[in-house]
Every structure is written in C-alpha cells, then in structure tokens.
Design a protein around this ligand. Structure first.
Ligand code: ZN
Length: 81
C-alpha cells in the first residue's frame, strides 16, 4: 500500500498513513492510522502528502506496515530447466 501521509503533530514519528479517511465538508481529514485503527485524529494537513519532507516525521509503525509484502504483491519464482 502506498497511500498518502497525514500529519497528527509536527515532530518525529507523528505523520501516519491512513487506514480510513473521512473528509468533512470544510476540508478537514479525520484519520484512523494504520498503526492504531482504534484512534482517530484530525490531520493538520488539508492535502494528503505523498512523501513527507523529513524522513524522521514518518511513523515507524505505519512505515513498517506498508512495507510488508502482501500476497498479491509477492512474487513467486519458479526454476524451469
Ligand atoms: Zn502510524
């Protein structure tokens, strides 16, 4: 999954990827992050961020969760002789 990032707080590790996004009519995003879908926060950014400017801002748990290969992405290799 390569979804956008949403800022909960300016600081290291507090920019998350969304498990779910809910946009209000005034343009605010309510986000349940991948790292903890039981919490809800209102993103500081009003536009999703494809790549955070500083690597340190990315939540390490969201980053790890989105790097795991899924069954559909996993390549299967075969040896043919
Ligand atoms: Zn996170």
């Amino acid at each position: 999954m390569n979804g956008p990032w949403f800022v909960r707080a300016v600081g290291d590790g507090d920019t998350h990827r969304a498990e779910t996004e809910h946009w209000t009519t005034d343009g605010r995003a309510h986000i349940r992050p991948i790292c903890d879908a039981t919490t809800l926060f209102t993103a500081l950014n009003r536009r999703p961020v494809a790549v955070p400017y500083y690597d340190d801002h990315r939540c390490p748990d969201c980053l790890a969760a989105t790097r795991k290969p899924t069954a559909s992405r996993r390549r299967r290799l075969a040896v043919v002789r």
